[in-house]
Design a binder for this molecule. Structure first.
Ligand SMILES: *[C@@H]1O[C@H](CO)[C@@H](O)[C@H](O)[C@H]1NC(C)=O
Length: 458
């Protein structure tokens, strides 16, 4: 039948075409240069040793990795082939361009599986029997992309002396460094993935968020996914929440801070507990509020040769890290220069924890400086903010056309009023005959009183 052979031909062509047009997608996973860091056995106080190490990442165990001509300075024992079916280690952010100087930071440490030790995760290992599959070598890795767009920590299981590792648990964050303005909501990103098939049904997980700043730490949020229990929340924890539905469905353990204030800045650690293993990723929250600038006096009027003080008030900024420069720009625009003589006040702290500070500049403008501009330029964490005021030298401004017309009209009216006043005075003070004379003997001015005023009697 011709139809069938046609269909066959078309199908064949389609097959050929599709195999040309859409070649099978080869997922490219990174090869990572790492440091294998461990405690020197028997050293006191404990010292660390570090060795070079190499991780070949791929998404399945039987996928063949890239060719293994690893550098001679790496001990073959420290070369690992890591399969990560869940995928966070195979992130494009961790790929390095050949020969690039900037590389992801990667550290590997030996890891020992342990029963849970914090209250809210005790239920995870309450069975008390550690599974046989824990019998292997374990490593923990901590990797941060050089651009800072992802941080991943993974727990790897390495059957003893094989170098073939499998990522069992990965915890990652897309916000290793997060900046937030005051009063905004901030999402500290954290997600986790577990090796498919690793977890026994119902064995559960727990998530913990801790906050650390200058050596002080506190628990922000703790949730046991097995018992669906939230740990007691203190007043401080009210300000944070987690989407528990997303946590169970997609392993999205992000923490939402509802209203960021200056006390929220610091390190946050997202820890995910599975029975006997845990992994954690740390991130920095930087609270940043730029300064608001006001420049006084404004408008700026000054007589020539008299010193005047300019103040540039920078208010409501955080953290305390501000620099000020003053710039003078003459009217023509040529000869712009920085003015070095400014003084910075001490800072004051506002009730919301932000700071205010003022810079003072004394200048003695000359008449030639008319229409020049003073600018106060504040720099705060690499960004700059500017306020400008124009100088008016009193007496130096030539009148505009409108000013001239206005002045003329006013002068004309004033003259008229004065004249009328003097005439009225004549009429009152001098006898009518005197006014009529061409040369008045009463008052010389009174001879020119107009006729329509002469008959005016009070
Ligand atoms: C978690 O959910 C938020 C909001 O939907 C999203 O922006 C974020 O990328 C997710 N993070 C992870 C790790 O899945």
């Amino acid at each position: 039948m011709p139809e069938i052979s046609t269909i066959c031909k078309l199908a064949f062509i389609a097959l050929i075409c599709s195999s040309y047009m859409a070649p099978p997608v080869l997922s490219v996973c990174p090869v990572l240069d790492c440091w294998y860091v461990k405690e020197k056995p028997g050293s006191f106080p404990s010292a660390m040793t570090q060795e070079k190490s190499l991780l070949y990442i791929r998404t399945s165990a039987d996928q063949t990795g890239p060719e293994q001509n690893h550098p001679a300075d790496i001990d073959p024992k420290r070369v690992y082939h890591v399969s990560d079916p869940a995928g966070p280690l195979c992130s494009s952010s961790l790929l390095t361009v050949e020969g690039a100087v900037e590389k992801p930071q990667c550290e590997i440490n030996p890891f020992t599986p342990q029963p849970a030790h914090v209250d809210w995760s005790l239920s995870l290992t309450s069975g008390g029997v550690s599974p046989a599959r824990l019998g292997a070598d374990w490593l923990s890795t901590s990797i941060t992309a050089h651009k800072g767009d992802i941080g991943v920590s993974s727990i790897l299981r390495v059957p003893t002396a094989t170098g073939q590792a499998t990522a069992v648990l990965s915890v990652f964050s897309h916000t290793p460094v997060l900046r937030s303005r005051l009063g905004r909501a901030a999402r500290l990103d954290c997600g986790f993935s577990v090796l498919p098939g690793w977890q026994e049904p119902g064995s559960g997980f727990a998530v913990e968020w801790r906050y650390q700043f200058r050596g002080e730490g506190r628990l922000v949020y703790a949730y046991n996914g097995q018992t669906d229990r939230l740990e007691e929340r203190s007043a401080q924890q009210e300000e944070a929440s987690m989407d528990l539905e997303a946590l169970h469905q997609t392993g999205n353990a992000s923490l939402l801070l509802h209203n960021v204030d200056v006390h929220h800045g610091g390190t946050y650690i997202c820890t995910v507990y599975l029975p006997y293993i845990l992994a954690q990723v740390a991130m920095e929250l930087e609270v940043i509020e730029p300064p608001r600038l006001s420049l006084f006096p404004s408008p700026l009027w000054s007589p020539p040769g008299r010193p005047v003080q300019l103040s540039c008030e920078m208010s409501g900024f955080y953290p305390l890290d501000v620099g000020v420069q003053w710039l003078w720009r003459p009217a023509g625009g040529a000869g712009v220069r920085y003015l070095p003589e400014a003084q910075l006040s001490g800072h004051t702290q506002n009730p919301d924890g932000t700071y205010s500070q003022t810079s003072f500049l004394r200048v003695t403008p000359e008449s030639g400086d008319h229409q020049g501009q003073y600018s106060c330029i504040a720099t705060h964490l690499g960004a700059s903010y500017r306020k400008t005021v124009t100088l008016h030298i009193a007496g130096a401004s030539g009148p505009s056309i409108e000013d001239a017309i206005g002045l003329f009209v006013v002068a004309f009216l004033l003259y008229g009023l004065l004249k009328l006043g003097s005439w009225l005075f004549c009429v009152k003070a001098c006898p009518a005959v005197e006014i009529d004379k061409s040369e008045s003997e009463c008052l010389p001015l009174c001879s020119r009183v107009p006729w329509w005023l002469k008959s005016f009697h009070f």
